[in-house]
Design a protein around this ligand. Structure first.
Ligand SMILES: C[S@@+](CC[C@H](N)C(=O)[O-])C[C@H]1O[C@@H](n2cnc3c(N)ncnc32)[C@H](O)[C@@H]1O
Length: 248
């Protein structure tokens, strides 16, 4: 039987790696890495570094080109589905051809594999297709949410209150769905225009040497966030940011 580990590696700081993840990396013979091209090279570099630090020889790294998602179509769900299918075909080929029976292979997943990440769904899809057989386990990781609240020294939750996790796309379309909202995957500063009753805890490149954070009532800090976000994106070629919105 082949064994696959889906390992959460934290949100950018190599020290986010848990001891469980360190042991999982040490137990792996084949690492599967999907390269997202030049812009996202920094993310691949972190994975390489973690493997060099914690991998146990002999291991192999198998790389494949990550298929591009069609970002031009308004049919978001359909585009994601098509992209997942193409990724599933790549995963299936890598597991079938590059991992021998009795070996352990690993996917190192940004943050935690259970938070806005498609690896689990893709692996399930590969298993369901029935052409390759393996067992798989998930190792939790520190999320960008934990990294955000920690750097702001803020609590994600208020006493006895719920928090909603959502995307920038939904926030833009529907407005804040709760009094405490954690927003991810926002390419357009969808918080802009909210009133002074909304406080934002914003962070980009969390856990990395480029980390930036801004906090305050939305109307007071929205221009600053837009400016630093645009500058950083221009300088590095990519950006990942997350924020907590809290109605006070
Ligand atoms: C595809 S999701 C992956 C989330 C990841 N699985 C996690 O546990 O954080 C990517 C989004 O996560 C957030 N994100 C991930 N890493 C981040 C970081 N280091 N700093 C800020 N936001 C981050 C951003 O909102 C980004 O758009």
């Amino acid at each position: 039987m082949k064994r696959i580990l889906i390992v959460g590696i934290g949100a950018g700081d190599p020290d986010h790696l848990t001891l469980q993840a360190v042991k999982a990396i040490a137990a792996t013979q084949v690492f599967f890495i999907l390269d997202k091209g030049a812009v996202k090279h920094d993310l691949t570099d972190l994975r390489q570094r973690l493997i060099e630090e914690h991998g146990r020889q002999p291991y192999r790294i198998v790389e494949a080109e990550d298929p591009e998602r069609d970002r031009t179509t308004p049919a978001y769900a359909g585009a994601v589905e098509a992209w997942r299918n193409r990724r599933a075909a790549i995963y299936e080929r890598m597991i079938a051809d590059e991992l021998a029976d009795g070996q352990t292979g690993a996917f190192l997943v940004w943050g935690d594999p259970g938070l806005y990440d498609s690896t689990l769904a893709i692996v399930e899809e590969v298993l369901a297709a029935g052409r390759v057989d393996f067992s798989y386990e998930v190792i939790p990781g520190i999320t960008s949410i934990s990294a955000l609240t920690a750097t702001h020294r803020a609590s994600l939750t208020r006493v006895g209150r719920p928090v909603q996790v959502t995307t920038g796309r939904r926030l833009a379309a529907e407005g804040p769905p709760a009094d405490d909202v954690l927003v991810m995957l926002d390419a357009h500063c969808s918080f802009a225009g909210l009133g002074p009753e909304w406080r934002i805890y914003w962070g980009a490149y969390l856990g990395t040497p480029d980390e930036i954070r801004v906090e305050g009532p939305v109307p007071e800090v929205e221009d600053e966030i837009r400016r630093v976000r645009a500058e950083a994106r221009e300088r590095k070629g990519w950006i990942m940011d997350t924020y907590l919105l809290r109605r006070v």
